[in-house]
Each structure stands twice: as structure tokens, then as C-alpha cells.
Write a protein that binds this ligand. Structure first.
Ligand code: PMP
Length: 411
């Protein structure tokens, strides 16, 4: 072991995550699949348990005490998310089922209101399928055109090419803040400003950004920002759509049903105000409360410290892995989050993943829901280690050692 980071109190933090004490295949778990989903601290598990144990009730409209308590907890969670993103109003925070849910909502509502035949939508080569497929479906329906910003060999967004693609026909730009496969942190503020100059709306997919870095939607000036709770210590099945108030007010609702209406007659329905207009049906109440507990936990540690520690993990892992013969790193952007995608000459990523799983180490292998990005690099997939702030330098040493063993077995 070469360095030890002292940025955060790792010993006490790791005690907050019950799963980190378990063994996998007889070895202490080393969890390097945080890009897929993070582990959950006891504070989040406890918040969800408390809700179901003591407060469970349906929210809004209930006059009894439990319903009021549940409503208060859910709306307090919305306020927590508002402050986390530095949004201007809590009504700009819409609870959804996750990043995918938020993007499909936007594709449907923006599509109905703003997209016509011949209009152009711009995405980038490094998008997750959830930020590709909804736009392809919309383009097919409306006769609109999908344009894709290329990347360089390091996996960086090409700003000049983006500027060339922007035109008066561009109605929407939807790009990821951080790539789940490459780790690239995109210059989203600049992308947003350039798109706005052409009058286009901008959506930022923040699924891989919020777990690692401070996000300020007002400073970015994005029109919409989406993410999932489960990648940032929260539960699965809940996520966020942030949108500027005036834009959300202007969009038609996505789904119809309870809670999203003001009045209903068989002749005509009028819609509720924000945020309820976009929240039809009983939501994931425990999920929203769990997300707020996750944010509180991250804030207690400090997002800046989380980022700094993860940066050290990434630098150390990159330096160590580069010393292994035959390693090819996919994604070498200058500005990178803690994602390390790689290939080893003469081996298949899934064989490596399977062997090191036997040693208790969880990494992800495959196309990471970014098939067009794999095509760009002309590879079928990668092995990906993605680090969280509860990971340690010692775990990276064990991983590198295991990787060397796996390669020896395979070659
Ligand atoms: N975008 C990015 C960049 C992602 O990493 C992911 C999850 N891997 C998604 C979108 C989709 O998130 P979810 O499955 O939680 O909806």
C-alpha cells in the first residue's frame, strides 16, 4: 500500500454501511460497482424503516394525523432535494421513479409541446440508453432528427463539433453530466450556455454526477436536471426531475390519475399546480423520505470531501492498473469522476469479473447500457470498477492483486 487518504474518517464511515461487513465467497466484500448502484448507510435504512413502522399512510388529502405526518415528511424531503440542488422553489422538484422515469416524462411532455417535424434534438456519443432511446422514439413519432455529438479517443465531448451541430432547428439538447462508462465529466455549463444562445432547451442527466460532486442547477442554468436516488446512497425506485418553474408550468402532464388533478368531471379535467401536476398516483413515499436521509448523510460528510477522497482513489487505482501489462483504459478524460473502465489484452471482461468475484470483489462487465459508445471504441464491452467514498486504498491494492491473479489464470 502506497498512500493513505486522510480526507474523511473512513473507519467511522464504513461502520455506517452494514453491508460492508459481509463476506462474499468467503472473502470480505470489496464493492466497486457503485456506478450501477451505491450501498446504503444505516441512516437511510432506518429512515425507511421508521416510515413503515410509525408513519405509514397515504399522503395529501388525508385529514388524520398519520396522513398529515407522512405528507409533512414527504414534502420535507422535497425541500431537502431543493436545497441539495440549490433550486429556487420546492415546486420545481418532481419525484419520479428514477433517471429513466424522468427522461421518459420529459420526452413525452416536451415532445407534445415543443417537437415538430424536422426539429432537431442533440445528444452525445457517451449517453446511457435511457438518454438515447426515449429521444429516438420521439423522433420516430414526430419526424424529428436526432444528432449526436462525437467524442475524442480520450472520451471527451467535442465542443467544436457540438457548435457545428447547433442550429435554429435545434429544439433540445440532452447530455450526461458524468459518463457512467468513461467517467468523463462534461463541461455542462458551457454546453448549456451555447445551446441557450440558439434558443434550445437543455436537459442534464445527472445520474452519475450527484453522488460525486456538488450540483447547483441555478449556477448551471440548466432547464431540467434528472437523477436517481439509488446511485447516491438512497433507495431504488425513486428519482428526481428538476425543472425551471416557468418551463414545467408550460408543459402538459405526463400521466393522468389521482393527485395530478384540480377538478374532474366527465366533460373536462383541470390539472393541479406544480409539483403535483407531474405526480399522478400514490408515489414512492418511503423512497422520497429515504432519498432525503441520503442527502442529509452526504451533507454531514461534505460533498467536497467525498469528491476529494474519490479523486485520490481514482488517481491511485489508475496509476496502479497502468503498471499491469496489456491494460487498456477506456476513458482518459482530463476531468474524470471515479470510474475506471478497462480491457486486458487477450482476455474477456466477463472472465475477469467472474474470477475476481470469487475473491469477493464486485465490478461490472459489459456494455454498461452504452452500446453506441462501445461501437465508437470498437469494443464489445469493458470491465468497470467504480469507486465510492467508503472505498479504501487497501481495497484497491487487493483488487489490483486479484486482477493480476485473474490475468495469469486467463493467459
Ligand atoms: N444515466 C446514466 C448516466 C446512468 O449511469 C444511469 C444508470 N446506470 C441511468 C441514466 C439510468 O438510471 P436508472 O436506471 O436509475 O433510471
Amino acid at each position: 500500500m502506497e498512500t493513505k487518504t486522510n480526507i474523511i474518517d473512513l473507519e467511522s464511515i464504513r461502520k455506517d454501511f452494514p453491508i460492508l461487513t459481509r463476506k462474499v465467497n468467503g472473502k470480505p466484500l470489496i464493492y466497486f460497482d457503485n456506478g450501477a448502484t451505491s450501498q446504503k448507510p444505516q441512516a437511510v435504512i432506518a429512515a425507511i424503516e421508521k416510515y413503515y413502522t410509525l408513519e405509514n399512510s397515504n399522503i395529501h388529502r388525508g385529514i388524520h394525523t398519520l396522513s398529515q405526518e407522512a405528507t409533512e415528511a414527504y414534502e420535507a424531503a422535497r425541500n431537502t432535494v431543493q436545497h441539495f440542488l440549490n433550486a429556487e422553489h420546492s415546486k420545481e422538484i418532481i419525484f419520479t421513479s428514477g433517471t429513466t422515469g424522468s427522461l421518459n416524462l420529459l420526452a413525452s411532455s416536451i415532445g407534445k409541446k415543443h417537437i415538430n417535424q424536422g426539429d432537431e434534438i442533440i445528444i452525445s456519443t457517451m449517453e446511457h440508453h435511457s438518454n438515447i432511446v426515449p429521444w429516438q422514439m420521439l423522433c420516430e413519432e414526430k419526424g424529428a432528427i436526432l444528432k449526436v455529438v462525437p467524442i475524442n479517443d480520450k472520451g471527451e465531448f467535442l465542443m467544436n463539433e457540438f457548435e457545428n451541430l447547433l442550429s435554429d432547428k435545434t429544439k433540445l439538447v440532452s447530455v450526461t453530466h458524468v459518463s457512467n462508462t468513461l467517467g468523463t465529466i462534461n463541461p455542462v455549463k458551457e454546453i448549456i450556455a451555447k445551446a441557450h444562445q440558439k434558443g434550445a432547451l437543455v436537459i442534464i442527466d445527472g445520474a452519475q454526477a450527484v453522488p460525486h460532486t456538488k450540483v447547483d442547477v441555478r449556477n448551471l442554468d440548466c432547464d431540467f436536471y434528472v437523477f436517481s436516488a439509488h446511485k447516491m446512497l438512497g433507495p431504488t425506485g425513486v428519482g428526481i426531475l428538476y425543472g425551471k418553474e416557468s418551463l414545467l408550468n408550460d408543459l402538459p402532464p405526463y400521466q393522468g390519475g389521482g393527485d395530478m388533478i384540480k377538478t374532474v368531471t366527465f366533460e373536462k379535467t383541470t390539472y393541479n399546480e406544480l409539483p403535483h401536476k407531474f405526480e399522478a398516483g400514490t408515489p414512492n413515499i418511503a423512497g422520497g423520505i429515504g432519498l432525503a436521509a441520503a442527502i442529509d448523510y452526504m451533507n454531514k460528510i461534505g460533498v467536497d470531501k467525498i469528491e476529494a477522497h474519490e479523486h485520490e482513489l481514482l488517481s491511485y487505482a489508475t496509476k496502479e492498473i497502468k503498471q499491469i501489462e496489456g491494460i487498456r483504459i477506456i476513458g482518459e478524460a482530463n476531468n474524470k469522476a471515479s470510474v475506471l473502465s478497462f480491457l486486458v489484452d487477450g482476455t474477456h471482461p466477463s472472465d475477469i469479473g467472474m474470477i475476481i468475484d470469487k475473491l469477493g470483489i464486485a465490478i461490472r462487465t459489459g456494455h454498461h447500457c452504452t452500446e453506441p459508445l462501445m461501437d465508437r471504441f470498437d469494443i464489445p464491452g469493458t470491465a468497470r470498477a467504480s469507486f465510492a467514498f467508503y472505498n479504501t486504498i487497501e481495497e484497491i491494492d487487493t483488487f489490483i492483486h486479484a486482477l493480476k491473479r485473474a490475468i495469469k489464470m486467463l493467459l
